[in-house]
Design a protein around this ligand. Structure first.
Ligand code: 3PG
Length: 209
């Protein structure tokens, strides 16, 4: 069982070249983060996950934007320790469940939350957090479900300036975002910049008691 609450910030990664996987993971670890979401938005995702898992077993490596059971299979076969998606697809949720790999589906409405809960999920993304109404929306939408122990990872428009507003909510277990290592920074191999951004986010998260 993964204790997701140990990881206050999750970098959402879009990687085009699998050769960037190891230096990227190293940059995140140096900044103090041992979790990564490698999104299945590029052809390099599965290879990147295999390489990071092999070289950095201390990194909790997950697959993001997993939207079909086929991608779920590829994610798990590549060594993903968990999966996530922006939305809720029951077949994908069930594939992860059958393989005993934790999965965090995306939700944006009360019906999404109930659908995910019915499938056995307690950890969910709230996506796209900013565009859907931010902290106020999440607070109001999740209020009826607090007794169920459902917790959220807001992503989409989260950044260093607003992350702690979300983290201060008891129903938020972590926040995620691409600002921690942007596609452009990865392509330009700006590893020190990524480390600095990650360190800043880790320090910021520590301010929330
Ligand atoms: C996600 O899949 O979680 C989002 O694409 C991340 O959104 P961001 O780019 O606004 O951080």
């Amino acid at each position: 069982m993964i204790d997701f609450e140990k990881y206050p910030v999750v970098p959402v990664i879009v990687i085009e070249d699998a050769d960037d996987a190891e230096p990227l993971a190293e940059a995140l670890l140096k900044g103090g983060l041992n979790i990564i979401e490698v999104t299945f938005r590029t052809a390099a995702a599965a290879e990147a996950i295999s390489r990071i898992s092999a070289k950095f077993p201390e990194m909790l490596t997950g697959a993001g934007t997993v939207v079909t059971p086929d991608q779920a299979k590829l994610a798990i076969d590549s060594g993903s320790k968990f999966g996530l998606a922006p939305g809720l697809d029951p077949d994908t949720v069930n594939y992860f469940k059958e393989n005993n790999v934790p999965f965090i589906p995306g939700t944006m409405t009360p019906s999404d939350i109930q659908g995910a809960y019915k499938l056995g999920c307690k950890y969910m993304k709230f996506f796209p957090a900013g565009a859907a109404g931010g902290m106020n929306m999440l607070k109001n939408m999740s209020a009826p479900y607090t007794n169920l122990g459902i917790k959220f990872c807001p992503t989409g428009g989260v950044n260093i300036n607003n992350m702690n507003e979300y983290l201060a909510l008891p129903q938020v277990f972590t926040v995620g975002g691409s600002w921690l290592a942007t596609k452009a920074q990865i392509a330009e191999k700006k590893w020190d910049d990524i480390t600095a951004q990650v360190a800043a986010a880790v320090a910021k998260a520590a301010e929330v008691g």
